[in-house]
Each structure stands twice: as structure tokens, then as C-alpha cells.
Design a protein around this ligand. Structure first.
Ligand SMILES: C[S@@+](CC[C@H](N)C(=O)[O-])C[C@H]1O[C@@H](n2cnc3c(N)ncnc32)[C@H](O)[C@@H]1O
Length: 217
């Protein structure tokens, strides 16, 4: 159980979601079988809707794993989509490239293998949407490095912000996760009070924060 919402509500919402088919289902199954964390179905659905509403085409993802969410982002963004996605783990980055090729999306998705904290220093393009889904203990530093890469009126989506409910309830915090939980609390305070952002925290999946970058005044 996620400790975010009641299991019966979560199960019901998930029962309404369309199921993956073909290669994407195969990638999802492989991730689950190998304990590779990937976005929950309801988060995938929310991402697709936000991409459609915001008409995002240029997307930056931090935390590729094996490419599952990058493929979903790319499919939702449709024609002329371009996704840059950063993954620290070399083996996962290689598998992501393989999966992206299987989906025929290698011209639309660029996998950058490296530490986002370093890679972000070298990116200078502007993105319509940033999806933050890696290095939970470093979200604030990653955002500080990437906020100028997000266009005005762009969208930042941060996943796992409630981290198994621990971020919202001290009684759930396991000792070895205390630092991450404290950092995530600081991150949420930061994005909820940031002068350039308007943020809503949504209790689905492992907790998602959606932030809109306001126009510069
Ligand atoms: C939750 S998984 C990403 C799941 C993926 N977005 C999906 O849903 O298919 C987080 C990934 O972030 C990667 N990661 C952790 N720290 C990172 C860093 N500093 N830079 C880049 N990637 C990092 C991990 O290796 C892991 O594969």
C-alpha cells in the first residue's frame, strides 16, 4: 500500500485505467519483475493529460530508468515531440535506449547517461515541461539548476513527493529514510512558496506536485 490514499480508492482508480499493450506492456512487466521503479498508471494518465492541455513538445525528464515514462511522455506529446532524459545508472540508460529503439522513438527521445546534477550545467535549451523523477534527496538542487530551462508558462511535475506517506506523517518515517523525507519536505515548502511557481500537491501514486511557471513580470 502506498500510504497516500486508501487501498480501495487506489485500486478502484487503477481499475479504470486503460491497460498497456504490446512492447510498452513488455517494458512495464520487465520493470516490475526486476524491481525497477516506474511511474504508477494513474500518474502516467495525469502526465498524458497535462501534456495534451499544455501542448508540450519539448520535455526534459530527470530519471529515465529503462525508458518507460520517457516513451509515455513522447507518445503523449505526439508529432515533433522531443524528450531529453537523464539517467545516472549506465546499465539502465543502455536498456532505455534499447527499449526506445524497439518503440521506434529513437529520433524523438535522447537518453543522456550521467548525473543530472552535472548534466544540467551543460543544457541550455528551453523546455515546455520538466518531469522530475530521480534523486529524491536532491530535488531542490536539481530544480535550482533547471528552473531557468523551463519556459515561462511551462509545467514542472515532481513525482514521489509524498514518499510512501512519510513526508506527511512522522509516524510513518523509517529511520534510514529520515534525510530524504526532510529534504522532500523542504522541497515542497520551496516549490509551494517559490515566487515563479504556482504549485499543487496531488495525493495520487506516490504523491505528485504540479507546478506552473508564471510569466515574468
Ligand atoms: C523512479 S526511477 C525513474 C522511473 C522512470 N521515470 C519511469 O517512470 O519509467 C528513478 C531513476 O533516477 C535515477 N537517478 C537517481 N539519481 C540520479 C541522478 N542524480 N541523475 C540522474 N538519474 C538519477 C535512478 O538511477 C533511477 O533509475
Amino acid at each position: 500500500m502506498s500510504n497516500i490514499i486508501d487501498k480501495y480508492v487506489e485500486g478502484y482508480i487503477r481499475s479504470l485505467l486503460p491497460k498497456n499493450q504490446g512492447i510498452l506492456k513488455d517494458i512495464e512487466d520487465r520493470a516490475i519483475k526486476n524491481n525497477i521503479p516506474i511511474i504508477h498508471g494513474e500518474v502516467a494518465n495525469l502526465l498524458k493529460i497535462i501534456i495534451n492541455i499544455s501542448k508540450s513538445k519539448k520535455i526534459l525528464e530527470i530519471g529515465t530508468a529503462i525508458g518507460y515514462s520517457a516513451i509515455i511522455l513522447c507518445q503523449a506529446a505526439g508529432d515533433y515531440a522531443h524528450i531529453s532524459t537523464i539517467e545516472l545508472n549506465e546499465e539502465r540508460a543502455q536498456e532505455a535506449k534499447y527499449n526506445i529503439k524497439r518503440m521506434g522513438l529513437e529520433n524523438n527521445i535522447q537518453v543522456i547517461q550521467g548525473d543530472a546534477m552535472e548534466v544540467l550545467n551543460f543544457l541550455d535549451e528551453k523546455y515546455d515541461l520538466i518531469f522530475l523523477d530521480g534523486a529524491k534527496g536532491h530535488y531542490q538542487e536539481i530544480l535550482e539548476k533547471s528552473i531557468d530551462l523551463l519556459k515561462n508558462q511551462g509545467v514542472l511535475i515532481s513525482d514521489n513527493v509524498l514518499f510512501k506517506g512519510m513526508v506527511a506523517n512522522d509516524n510513518l518515517v523509517v529511520r534510514r529514510k529520515r534525510t530524504i523525507v526532510n529534504r522532500m519536505r523542504n522541497y515542497l515548502e520551496y516549490i509551494c512558496n517559490h515566487p515563479k511557481l504556482q504549485t499543487s500537491v496531488i495525493p495520487i501514486g506516490d504523491g505528485v506536485a504540479i507546478s506552473y511557471k508564471k510569466m515574468e513580470e
